[in-house]
Design a protein around this ligand. Structure first.
Ligand code: SAH
Length: 538
């Protein structure tokens, strides 16, 4: 008699295109097919001559026993599971039945396990890229596992910031588990954590919903749904759920968290754990492998057990995992004030700590880049000593002179109002507004994207300077003697127009040239540049 064979097949989510070549081949090779009725129907187009043994959903053990029995008569028996047969599928059960019978690989029936795409992957692909990082699957079915243990696993996975794929989330009778699970998750994750619900992935009735932890139960969740819960870094972009490869995020004042841009990522300093092959740089020359103990210690350092959740998060429970993101902002003594006090300097150093990066910029501010889980603590200390904090990036940046140490103070109210109304506003590209308190303009207002000079008769307005490059030029004088009551509104309108019509990354002078007219001010061609032989720099 020929030795029988068990082909334990994971046929993937349900469509033929997402089944492996070997899975199809194995179905064709088999003499009989054993599986839950719905699954047999899903692979029906592939069935030729095989005998079919259908069973109900809960008859998994008898299905496994029947498969072993048939194989022992010398048949090739296909046991089918959806997804992967090793993930809440038939593979383990079949082995258990074999072991009970004293099966040995050498002498017993042959066993081949054929892997398939599990729901975590098929559903993940339909949501975007939610898995990406450390993830786990948890089945909420307490049919074979005590509910107390499942709860513990949910708790542990939530604490450890795993992306979680919930299988068997709910059925007609089992409705409480998903509700309790949501409660546990909310102990550790923000209510706006992205959540994806995928029903019948790659099947006829496929249905995809992207929601969040707070609202997930407002949607239909059933036996054919997989629920994917994002981690602390998962975000939604254009209807897609994405978990970045690394955890580091960057943000500035009053801006929402931003992932590092692709060119900033995968650098050792930004993502020390990523793609460096576990190698550590030593004195900048030799690389030696990091031991797993060192990696574990580094990971432990990142788990800040005592601390409470940062004010940034919206919930207030204790958390074990605390993410330190890169917080970037600029500090200055004030819009007009240029003097830093020793107390301010000392407080700055103490608040941001030794590891922070401080950079003095051409815009007369100190740019701070610091890793922290608690940005509010830093900003509060700095504001308390009278420092002005400004967002950085593609925002409106207002640069004023010192108004001759405050002696020429007439126009300070206007610059302050401008600061309150549009300072830090997001625009297509960083926009500098230069504001000078007298005709001397010793802080060079016309060399900014927008320049404003106060003279006794009113305000002069310059638009569209090009501040860098060999063809740098000052802005065009578009208005003279604008009245006090009008100047702020006028500049706000110009900036709003740029915000509305500017293309992403388009500098203000290019925008002015392209649109030709802003708030009634017409663009004038800049005269041809005189080519000058460079004296230095070659
Ligand atoms: N072996 C399967 C899992 C079986 S448990 C696998 O690896 O995917 C059954 C659960 O799997 C369902 O309750 C659902 O949560 C999930 N599942 C399986 N196929 C799915 C599909 N096509 N779409 C969505 N969820 C699916």
């Amino acid at each position: 008699m020929e030795r029988g064979k068990l082909l334990i097949i994971g046929f993937g989510p349900g469509s033929e295109q997402h089944m492996t070549f070997r899975a199809k081949e194995a179905i064709l090779e088999s003499d009989s097919i054993i599986g839950y009725s719905t699954y047999v129907d899903l692979i029906r187009p592939l069935i030729t001559k095989q005998e079919i043994v259908r069973t109900g959903m809960t008859e998994e053990v008898s299905r496994a026993q029947e498969a072993v029995r048939q194989a022992e008569t010398g048949k090739k028996v296909a046991v089918i599971s959806s997804g992967d047969s090793g993930v809440y599928g038939m593979a383990g059960l079949v082995y258990e039945v074999l072991i009970e019978k004293g099966w040995q690989e050498e002498t017993g029936v042959e066993v081949e396990i054929i892997p398939g795409i599990s729901a975590i992957n098929s559903c993940g692909s339909l949501l975007g890229a939610p898995i990406m990082h450390d993830a786990c699957t948890i089945s909420l079915s307490d049919h074979l596992t005590p509910w107390e243990l499942i709860k513990k696993r949910v708790d542990a996975a939530a604490q450890a910031d795993f992306v979680i794929a919930l299988y068997n989330p709910r059925s007609g009778k089992r409705t409480k588990q998903i509700v309790e699970t949501q409660k546990i998750l909310l102990n550790y994750r923000s209510p706006n954590t992205p959540v994806g619900l995928v029903k019948s992935a790659y099947r006829e009735r496929e249905h995809i919903v992207i929601t969040d932890l707070a609202h997930m139960l407002n949607h239909e969740i059933g036996m054919l749904t997989t629920v994917i819960i994002g981690n602390n870094s998962t975000f939604i972009y254009d209807g897609k759920m994405i978990t970045p490869r690394g955890y580091q995020r960057k943000y500035t004042l009053n801006g929402s968290d931003q992932q590092l841009k692709p060119h900033e990522r995968l650098k050792r300093e930004a993502e020390p754990w990523a793609l460096h092959g576990g190698m550590e740089e030593e004195r900048g020359e030799v690389e030696r492998p990091l031991s797993s103990r060192m990696l574990a210690e580094e990971a432990l350092q990142k788990l800040n057990i005592e601390t409470k959740v940062s004010d940034k998060a919206t919930h207030e429970k204790d958390v074990v995992f605390q993410q330190e993101d890169i917080f970037e902002f600029a500090v200055s003594p004030g819009i007009a004030n240029k003097k830093l006090t020793p107390l301010q300097m000392m407080t700055l150093a103490e608040a941001v700590g030794e590891e922070a990066d401080l950079e003095y910029t051409p815009d007369h501010v100190i740019k701070v880049s610091v890793k922290t889980a608690n940005p509010n603590k830093i900003t509060k200390r700095l504001s308390d000593v009278g420092l002005l904090l400004l967002p950085i990036g593609d925002v409106v940046n207002i640069k004023a002179c010192d108004f001759c140490d405050g002696e020429k103070a007439e126009s300070i109210p206007q610059v302050e109002e401008l600061g309150q109304r549009i300072g830090g506003m997001t625009v297509p590209k960083q926009l500098n507004i230069g504001f000078n308190g007298c005709g001397m303009a010793c802080y060079g207002a016309p060399t900014n994207d927008i320049g404003i000079i106060y003279r006794k008769k009113g305000f002069d307005l310059f638009l569209g300077a090009k501040t860098t490059g060999r063809n740098a030029h000052v802005g065009q004088l578009v208005a003279e003697g604008v009245e006090q009551e009008r100047i702020v509104d006028l500049v706000v309108k110009v900036v709003n127009d740029y915000k509305a019509r500017g293309l992403p990354n388009e500098r203000f002078h290019k925008f002015f040239k392209r649109v030709q007219e802003i708030e009634g001010f017409h663009y004038r061609e800049v005269p041809e540049q005189v080519v000058v032989d460079m004296v230095c720099g070659d």
